[in-house]
Design a binder for this molecule. Structure first.
Ligand code: NAD
Length: 359
């Protein structure tokens, strides 16, 4: 099996956090003899500067041949005023849809050492470990028809279409059930089946798949409004949450903020064969770029997700996560997760601390 990675540094803090993660990758690759190879490419603003577009042909070719992609983040004020269709974020949408990365996995994990960082009481969130599985290439973000039209009375009307075919629902539900089988065995499917037909079909399809193929999984259903409430009321009741593109967008940000530290959260976007793009949940943080203060842990933890989900190297993935835990135990913190009595370090030093903790 080829084991080739494309690393896209991106913009803003991207190159800094990716450099720290690459050091960790190099060490783990040697320690566990993983046989991984990698090359760098351009996406987003950096690609616009070099090639005039955010996802140029050369990056597309590199991405097609890679087995996994590690991305920093894209975007920044430098490119905010250019035409919308060639802005950095369009590059991100293009690569996701070209590679058919339909399953977005966003863990919301709160390391007990950081329980004070959450806006919720420590006893409600400490040890939180939820996995949100969001459908990423369908639903209302892509449904046709869409647009803004003029009505007969001259008033403007905006409209979008929420659509899901059974096959799209089945493949994302399958991902959720499989992953739940490796964790706590529980899936909560989130819909608005009392109002929206598209999610009525969602609910029926998820239930039918569970009955037919995953009898050992405990499946529950929540309406999205209740799910949003339960996430702040008693978040530890959840194991895996599966939902569509729109609800997943909102709930995954809500869950991320429960942990209080956006610099800690990795993500994965997978295709049907396990090929994936791995990136921190946060953006390119132009306000702190180039200052060696960004937290690289979300990107480092994205490497762990890559080893687990694409390369099936659980031991090496766990070693990275344990090393991050050790560093937090030692009281080492970047500015965004700093609290009283802890030692403040920069991006480079945090990367080095994780490497040292790997032994
Ligand atoms: P952001 O996530 O970049 O920043 C939000 C806040 O969190 C900022 O104060 C920032 O300094 C801080 N922050 C983010 N990551 C951090 C880290 N690793 N360590 C410490 N602090 C961190 O969101 P934004 O400011 O809304 O967006 C900035 C740019 O990023 C925009 O151009 C946006 O389009 C882009 N963006 C890209 C992605 C992506 O590449 N996947 C995602 C979201 C936003």
């Amino acid at each position: 099996m080829s084991k080739h990675i494309l690393i896209l540094d991106g913009d803003g803090i991207g190159p800094e956090i990716v450099a720290a993660a690459e050091k960790v990758l190099r060490v783990v690759n040697d320690q566990y003899q993983l046989g991984l190879t990698w090359e760098h490419g351009l996406l987003g603003g950096a690609a616009i500067d070099a090639h005039g577009e955010p996802y140029p042909q050369i990056t597309s070719e590199q991405a097609q041949k890679a087995d996994a992609i590690l991305l920093g983040a894209v975007g920044g004020p430098k490119w905010d005023s250019i035409e919308r269709s060639i802005r950095p974020e369009r590059g991100l949408l293009k690569i996701r849809s070209e590679l058919n990365l339909f399953a977005n996995l966003r863990p919301a994990i709160l390391y007990p050492q950081l329980a004070d960082a959450s806006s919720l009481k420590p006893e409600i969130v400490s040890g939180l470990d939820i996995l949100i599985v969001r459908e990423l290439t369908g639903g209302i973000y892509f449904g046709q028809p869409r647009g803004i039209r003029e009505l007969e009375n001259g008033e403007k009307q905006g409209y979008n279409t929420d659509v899901y075919a059974e096959s799209e629902i089945k493949r994302i539900a399958k991902v959720a059930f499989e992953l739940a089988g490796l964790r706590g065995g529980k899936v909560c499917s989130v819909d608005k089946a009392n109002v929206l037909e598209v999610t009525e079909l969602w609910k029926q399809t998820v239930t039918a798949l569970k009955d037919a193929e995953y009898p050992e999984i405990q499946l529950s259903h929540l309406y999205v409004d209740n799910a949003a409430m339960q996430l702040v009321r008693a978040p530890k009741q959840f194991d895996v949450i599966v939902t569509g593109n729109l609800f997943g967008d909102i709930l995954s940000d809500e869950a991320a903020m429960l942990t209080g530290s956006i610099g800690m959260l990795p993500s994965a976007s997978l295709d049907e064969n396990g090929k994936g793009m791995y990136e921190p949940c946060h953006g390119s943080a132009p306000d702190i770029a180039g200052q060696n203060i960004a937290n690289p842990l979300a990107t480092i933890l994205s490497v762990a997700m890559m080893l687990r989900y694409t390369f099936r190297e659980e031991t090496a993935a766990k070693a990275i996560e344990d090393a991050v835990g050790k560093v937090l135990d030692q009281g080492i913190r970047t500015a965004d997760i700093l609290s009283d009595g802890m030692t403040k370090v920069g991006t480079v030093e945090m990367g080095k601390a994780v490497v040292a903790a790997l032994g």
